[in-house]
Design a binder for this molecule. Structure first.
Ligand code: SF4
Length: 413
């Protein structure tokens, strides 16, 4: 294996604009910390009213079949009615999943969210956040904080627990360590999400609103310090495989302009506290997505922690899935050398790698085809990663490569 992924060998996730696993609700733009890679401006007091939130949910339900609602922001926990927001999503028969930095999560709030029907947390924890009490902490030191959140969620029970981290050039080498930490706590950590850092490239492109040139200074995602903005999902996989060669992605979403890019890349790992045994393959993902849609009318987004803990029974799908067959063989081989392994629980852990907007050389932007993170702006579905453009300019910007500076052309050219 040369390590290069071929999208034609993976399962193209069946999600679409109108039928998707999640939708992205922003009840507020206010946040209580600062993250370097955030797409969103921090706007104090920008909480939507419950009526506005209901209107956004109506738009999702009108245009889109959806399994879960990502309640994001800003940090949704600073919204004074967050428990009611979660309750309203639950009452619509959707799964509420709160995307938070975790800083505002008290035990009382956690219990009330659970009572309101919360299906999952996605905690955003990474080392380029200014987080009170954790200034200068490395990715590895932050595993202590991740564990604290995971333990608190596990104590309440029945809530899926995911962690996401933005991947910067300097944090890329730590991705396998974070995954290894998650493996050791697979009973409490069900999903990991790695998001490649992106920012608008003012030095390479001019931006326009229609024909009018626009200064990008006002947009949040131009503000981060200069650094790589082209880390790919494939590169993150390469980094992980240095440590976990059994890491085999199974399914993907492609880019709108680059069909062979991996914008959302899904891997389902089977492992116990000792090691990973392998990854489920494309057939298993296809079966689970199609079956869920057939039976429940929706593609499958979040599953309860009990499903992640049932990897042993999922090995029955070895009959149709090569990846699970390989994992089952590796597990049985390890058990034959040490039968005690048979007594240990086997977990299914999901890793999603997201490669957001890619700027093409000619100024086109390759978005995630069938974007799961669509949000609502003025009654329309819009990409949440580019909501700032809609808010500031009323429409999306157009980009064009900067014209070559004639003064830099050699005289004899
Ligand atoms: S298009 Fe933007 S909002 Fe949609 S999934 Fe990709 S990065 Fe997220």
């Amino acid at each position: 294996m040369n390590g290069q992924l071929d999208h034609r060998r993976l399962y193209r996730l069946p999600w679409s604009l109108t039928d998707n696993v999640i939708s992205w609700l922003e009840p507020t733009k206010e946040c209580n910390i600062y993250c370097e890679g955030c797409y969103s401006a921090n706007a104090k007091g920008s909480h939507k009213t419950l009526a506005q939130i209901d209107a956004d949910l109506d738009v999702f339900e009108r245009y889109r079949q959806t399994d879960a609602i990502s309640v994001a922001g800003g940090d949704p926990l600073v919204h004074p009615d967050i428990v009611e927001v979660v309750g309203r999503i639950t009452r619509r028969g959707l799964k509420p999943v709160v995307n938070t930095n975790g800083h505002g999560l008290t035990d009382d709030l956690l219990r009330r969210l659970k009572k309101a029907g919360l299906a999952g947390f996605t905690f955003h924890v990474d080392s380029l956040q200014s987080r009170p009490g954790w200034k200068g902490a490395s990715e590895l030191e932050l595993n202590r904080l991740r564990l604290e959140y995971a333990e608190r969620v596990a104590e309440v029970g029945g809530i899926s627990c995911a962690f996401n981290s933005t991947v910067y050039e300097k944090t890329l080498p730590f991705v396998p360590e974070i995954l290894d930490w998650a493996r050791r706590h697979a009973d409490k950590v069900h999903v990991l999400v790695f998001i490649a850092f992106r920012a608008a490239l003012q030095n390479r492109f001019d931006s326009f609103l229609g024909e009018r040139p626009v200064d990008l200074e006002e947009i949040t995602y131009t503000k981060a310090a200069p650094q790589r903005t082209d880390i790919t999902a494939q590169e993150i996989v390469g980094e992980i495989r240095k440590r976990f060669p059994e890491f085999e992605p199974a399914a993907y979403l492609n880019g709108t302009e680059a069909p062979d890019s991996f914008k959302w890349l899904m891997t389902l790992l089977v492992g116990d506290e000792e090691r990973f045994y392998g990854s489920a393959g494309p057939k298993f993902v296809e079966l689970s997505q199609v079956w869920n849609h057939l039976v429940r009318g929706r593609y499958l987004g979040y599953v309860p922690p009990s499903v992640h803990a049932r990897a042993r029974s999922l090995l029955a799908f070895s009959a149709v899935d090569r990846g699970l067959r390989k994992a089952a063989r590796a597990w049985l081989g390890a058990a034959s050398r040490n039968p005690l392994r048979l007594a240990k629980p086997l977990h299914l852990q999901s890793v999603m790698i997201i490669q957001p907007v890619d700027m093409m050389d000619d100024g086109r932007q390759s978005m995630c085809d069938s974007c799961p993170d669509m949000t609502v702006h003025e009654g329309q579905l819009v990409w949440s990663c580019r909501l700032e453009e809609r808010l500031k300019y009323g429409q999306l910007l157009r980009f064009q490569p900067k014209k070559a500076d004639k003064s830099s052309v050699p005289a004899d050219a």
